[in-house]
Design a protein around this ligand. Sequence first.
Ligand SMILES: Cc1ncc(COP(=O)(O)O)c(C=O)c1O
Length: 470
Amino acid sequence: MKKSIYEAPSIELVQISTIGKHSILNMGTSSVFEEVDDVEKLLNEYGSPLFLLSEKILRNKYNEFKDAFTEEGIETIIGYSYKTNYLPALCSILKEEGAWAEVVADMEYKLARSLNVPGSKIIFNGCYKTEAELNKAVSEDALINIDSFNELELLDRVAENLGKKARTGIRVNFMMGNMPWTKFGFNYESGEAKEAIEKISKKKNINFEAIHNHSGTFNVNPKMYSKSTRIIIELAEYAKKLGLNTKIIDVGGGFPSSNKLKPQYDIPGGSKYNETTLQQFSSAIMRHLKKAKHLFNNGKPILILEPGRAIVDEAMQLISKVVSKKKDANGNQSVVMDAGVNILPTAFWYDFEPKLANKLNGLNGNLNRKNKKNGNDHNRSVKMYGPLCMQIDSINESVNLPSVELGDVIVFSNVGAYNLTQSMQFIQTRPAVILLGPTGVELIKRKETWRDIFNLDTLPKRLGKSNGAY
Ligand SMILES: Cc1ncc(COP(=O)(O)O)c(C=O)c1O
């Protein structure tokens, strides 16, 4: 057996280099970079890392989604799930497209109202709503999907005090294999869902409108929606017997994006996303709903969908720089980036395939850069870490890249969902976000500063020089 020569692990300190002059990026039709012609200028102006949101892709994804779930005789409403990404500019664009707001907390409710979403176009979900929040939601005609018997009693009282009927839905959950999601709503199998309907039928201050289910996120199996639709139909039938006219069937969100799950979270063999994917999910719902129209809104069902990920993931990309390179004990190459799981928490679940982006003059990052050492084009497996002082700050154990240099720009695609809203403020400030809109580049979130992080703190007088300021 041929012995390989031992090479000691090395760490190279970095001077971040500027990016090549012609950093025009082109990474396929779904790339936000078709809209960017000078990445160097962007990074110089807004700093690295940097999030980019494409207005064009966002609007297209919304309409693609809505079209897939549009069917004659059924009114389809998209309640965009704010928690997925609540950049005000993003929520406003979706509002312009006609989306309602699906919110699960007071801060999201307030954001929607501040963007002039009328209360009547807010779906208020979640397992914890305070009396004050319910008070506001009832008075502004929001649709409130209740989560428990306690909430039903509270809502009834709030509505009575306001002298107004509360627009109400019930959230239900059911067993789907070993994925129960039973934390939320009334369980179907135990009979609690029917019991909730029965209780509602006796309440004077509740206007029963909707039956809602949301089970999981990045569901790769359309069967889940078939089952959900069938259960909602059965419950609507039961409600009808009790004299309640269900208007709305709300099947929640959970639809996948084109991202790739890590094998341990995916189905065996890996799920495939293609142009028929949304249609498959739509058919799973429509197949049953079309036969049960009479049970909803006097034959004119209103179908609410609450997508998050499926609409916003593809609309955003993240650009980040290589800040150091090293080799581990086995000689494997790794790189440290200025973006890590602090701003890319979905790296725990997604198998991101980051691409080298700079100095490519419009060519695809992976394929066209010469390996400087041996003159070959071949890629190699590289471990990719973020900047946090934690070993778990690992974006990907094995990325296929040509040899990278310090200061190289790496692009992460499909990062619109659950990264900004679940980002972590731990030792690093969070990056700026720019919108690539019809009039060019607009800053929609400035980079966080160290001051932003400590702005909420107060230093007791006895510990500081001045009165609480430091
Ligand atoms: C009630 C509800 N609706 C919609 C969503 C959006 O889910 P997704 O981004 O998977 O579409 C969520 C997210 O967990 C949710 O809890």
